[in-house]
Design a protein around this ligand. Structure first.
Ligand code: HEM
Length: 411
């Protein structure tokens, strides 16, 4: 540790004039230049500032529970949301909890939403993808974002939860209406979101009650049994983890699906390689898609003590965020980080696109199954795929969302 005398202070951290709505401020060129010159950058936000960590070397320090905690309901309070269904959801869900409360909420999910169950969904994910591809093959351009990428995670989680096919349309509508509860809420839509979230909650309550009464050896039956065994979760918490799984897995996966396909089509040699060997290369293609265009832009935390990072002293109570966008292109980890390359050999075992530390994504196994099987299915069944019209763009934000994507599967 450096002598406190030689440490630079919070005030010395360079300030970046960041406009969250300006797509250029999230550009990789900006991060490349910043990262080479400074490990940290300060971004003014409303009344305060957030410090972005730009280099891979600082990830562990930023997510360590010794140093920081997850933001809780203050995320919503900063938006002026102090009560109601969105606030209650955020107050009950594992993502925005710390310490024992986080453990209590995560454990029953970790035990039951398990790798083996997710792997067993592979054939189903491949079949749903094939069904949609065959509907559109040779039938002209279609909305890839909504009619394909959004469908896969929604239909797969519906299967895992045992949702009857007849309920699928309303289930899909609830997901699309309420997805933003987890991130930045458009306040003009708040009333609509909360109406849908209330209906969604009631539906999940019914599913839970059904499995308590008639356990059937599926994920939800195991999950309610695990929560009963631990005995320390409220009804609202039990339900919120299920709604949380559904919402955390929807926007993230569909946007990643779009951007990975887009990148592959931009690199015809790599697309050809995937089409020649879909099963052999689907994992590498999906991992590189996650690295090259991560859909979660950062891991925000609050310092719980004065913290020394890369020669700077950050005071307790500061908002500090690992910039996933920057770290996944850190040349200290990745050779030629600005190149999309599915053949790269330096992917990290714990891919940072899924976060790090105690809150690391609880759905990464499922996300991988969906991303890999979807890419493989398109490569296998529709190798003559092309983007129609404008290239998809990711809107800046905590979860980066694709603006649009029209695709044609040529026969
Ligand atoms: C490409 C797809 C996905 C990406 C990039 C992604 C990324 C992430 C990241 C970065 C975090 C950590 C956030 C933080 O620490 O502040 C996270 C947490 C989480 N994710 Fe994912 N995710 C994806 C898909 C999924 C899926 C499919 C599910 C479930 C069906 C899921 C469920 C969760 C849950 C429940 C958490 C909270 C974990 C906790 O707080 O302990 N995610 N995800």
């Amino acid at each position: 540790m450096a002598d406190t005398e030689t440490l630079k202070s919070y005030a010395d951290i360079p300030v970046l004039d960041w406009d969250l709505q300006d797509p250029h401020t999230s550009s990789y060129d900006l991060f490349r230049d910043l990262r080479a010159n400074t490990p940290l950058v300060k971004v003014p936000m409303g009344m305060g500032s957030m410090v972005l960590g730009l280099r891979a070397s600082m990830v562990d320090d930023i997510v360590s529970p010794e140093n920081t905690r997850q933001l809780e309901t203050e995320m919503k309070m900063m938006q002026g949301i102090f009560d109601g269904p969105i606030f209650d959801f955020v107050a009950q869900v594992m993502l925005f909890a710390n310490g024992d409360v986080h453990q209590r909420r995560r454990q029953p999910v970790a035990r039951t939403f398990a790798f083996k169950l997710m792997e067993a969904m592979r054939p189903r994910a491949a079949a749903v993808a094939a069904e949609i591809i065959n509907e559109h093959l040779g039938n002209g351009p279609f909305d890839y974002l909504h009619d394909f990428a959004a469908q896969i995670p929604a239909r797969i989680i519906a299967d895992i939860l045992g949702i009857p096919r007849a309920d699928l349309p309303v289930f899909l509508k609830w997901i699309s209406d309420t997805a933003e509860s987890i991130g930045f809420v458009n306040l003009e839509r708040r009333a609509d979101i909360e109406k849908s979230l209330t209906e969604f909650n009631a539906y999940v309550d019914k599913l839970l009650a059904d499995r308590r009464a008639n356990p059937r050896g599926d994920f939800l039956s195991d999950y309610v049994a695990a929560t009963a065994a631990s005995g320390d979760m409220s009804e609202a918490e039990i339900r919120a983890q299920v709604v949380g799984l559904i919402l955390a897995g929807s926007d993230t996966t569909r946007n990643s699906m779009c951007m990975s396909l887009h990148q592959l089509l931009q690199h015809p040699d790599q697309w050809k390689a995937l089409c020649a060997d879909p099963d052999g290369l689907k994992r590498q293609a999906s991992e590189e898609g996650l690295r090259f265009e991560p859909v979660v832009s950062g891991i925000p935390r609050v310092t719980i003590k004065d913290l020394e990072i890369e020669g700077y002293l950050i005071p307790a109570g500061a908002v500090l965020m690992v910039s996933i966008l920057s770290v996944l292109r850190d040349p200290a980890v990745y050779a030629e980080p600005e190149a999309f390359n599915i053949h790269r050999t330096d992917q990290q075992r714990w891919h940072l696109a899924f976060g790090a530390g105690a809150h690391r994504c609880a759905g990464e196994a499922l996300a991988r199954v969906e991303l890999e099987e979807t890419l493989a299915a398109v490569a296998r069944l529709a190798p003559n795929t092309r983007i129609v019209g404008a290239a998809p763009q990711l809107r800046p934000g905590a979860i980066r969302t694709v603006d649009q994507m029209q695709v044609e599967f040529l026969a």
